[in-house]
Design a protein around this ligand. Structure first.
Ligand code: PA5
Length: 396
């Protein structure tokens, strides 16, 4: 395990939590762990036969955010602008103007679509699939060359399309599926070494199993979060000081919000800030506003490049890390609880470690809050009303 945790001492108040959790893991009750450690996953991941210039991923929520986080972290920044590289575009929204202009501007023969939906029926993903499928047919191209489907439900809409199909386990919750086919297929197409991502995840899980409570990073993260939440710090700000980790924050926010927000009385509200940019936006509020927040910083110790600032003795890397330390120390001085996950360098292995560590933290918090971490009943009501509205509108 390469990543480290720097935090104020958290008291371990949940005795036997780890032991009970590991018993549940052995019974298959936390499927994200089995999926992340699955040695056969890489062989099963079939990439498109041809090299495409553009890969468009259709998916939303847990079917998109993990893949986005991995690609932002590990696909070199702005690589799509380099000659002969592939452009990956995650379409996790149905904005009419965006979709119109995208469809006007892409070369369909150079594009492969990966439609990801665990249920195979999510209205946004299915609607985008229908839209682009017709475009492919109209262009007289063979949909079998231009689509890959990832789903858990062979009988869902997408599962029944007779297109190249990758199936995922039915018991794997969407937001915990980043280390499955869902999050790793785009990475494999991008020639990211996904075996190393798995190696990192496995090392983080070993760390969790072996390390005593006072050194156990997922456990300390969970205890710290829970204790401060119960003391009124019920807003958690996740604060990466790294462009490569800015979408990681979005993934983590969904993981925390959709997994733990289950009862009116308790549960954290996660929000995102990205450093140093948001020092010029939200920091005033964080420093002097309501004392209802705790912070989880993500710090990258060594970047792949450290451009020198002309006329100065320091690099951009020195500057970004000094700003992060300055912000954290100022918050701590004001009595605001903070923790930092220190990533020595962004690599496939450390990203695997980071994902597994934070998934374990949220799964442990689910036990502490006594909620069902893996369901999301609260999103159904709005969906039902939307369906009534759209059918009423169409038939009026
Ligand atoms: O994390 C989750 O379970 C959700 O965010 C789902 O991923 C999201 O609702 C999309 O569902 P599906 O993958 O079935 O299209």
């Amino acid at each position: 395990m390469q990543i480290r945790l720097s935090s104020q001492i958290a008291e371990i108040s949940h005795s036997n939590l780890k032991e009970n959790f590991l018993k549940e893991v052995s019974k298959g009750l936390h499927p994200f762990i089995d999926s992340a450690l699955d040695k056969n996953l890489i062989k099963r991941l079939k990439t498109p036969k041809k090299n495409f210039k553009k890969i468009i991923i259709l998916g939303i929520g847990g079917s998109a955010l993990g893949g986005i986080a991995v690609m932002r972290a590990l696909y070199r920044p702005l690589k799509h602008m380099e000659k002969d590289s592939t452009h990956f575009f995650f379409l996790d929204q149905i904005d009419p103007d965006l979709i119109f202009h995208l469809s006007e501007n892409i070369s369909l023969k150079d594009t492969h679509f990966i439609a990801i939906s665990k249920s195979g029926n999510t209205i946004e993903t299915v609607s985008l699939f229908k839209f682009f499928y017709k475009k492919i047919l109209d262009a007289k191209l063979n949909p079998k060359d231009h689509f890959t489907i990832i789903t858990a439900e062979k009988n869902g809409f997408l599962g029944k399309t007779n297109l190249p199909l990758i199936t995922i386990p039915k018991n794997l919750s969407g937001r915990f599926s980043v280390l499955s086919e869902v999050g790793l297929l785009p990475a494999k197409i991008a020639k990211i070494d996904i075996a190393k991502i798995q190696k990192g995840a496995s090392s983080a899980f070993e760390h969790f199993k072996k390390e005593p409570a006072e050194k156990n990073i997922p456990l300390l993260l969970a205890e710290h979060q829970f204790a401060h939440d119960r003391a009124g710090k019920n807003i958690t700000v996740v604060f990466p000081y790294s462009y490569r980790l800015n979408r990681f924050a979005d993934w983590y926010i969904q993981l925390m919000a959709e997994s733990l927000g289950k009862t009116p009385e308790i549960g954290p509200t996660p929000i995102r800030a990205v450093g140093p940019t948001d020092q010029h936006s939200q920091l005033q509020l964080f420093m002097e506003g309501p004392r209802n927040k705790q912070f989880l910083f993500l710090e990258v110790e060594h970047h792949h490049h450290a451009p020198q600032i002309p006329g100065e003795t320091y690099t951009l890397e020195d500057l970004v890390n000094a700003e992060k330390k300055g912000t954290e120390q100022a918050l701590a001085k004001a009595g605001i609880p903070t923790q930092t996950l220190i990533i020595p360098k962004i690599t496939e292995e450390t990203i695997g470690e980071l994902i597994m560590t934070l998934e374990l933290q949220i799964a442990l918090l689910g036990k502490m809050y006594s909620v069902n971490t893996y369901n999301q009943p609260g999103v159904e009501e709005g969906k039902k009303i939307a369906m009534k509205i759209i059918h009423r509108t169409i038939h009026e």
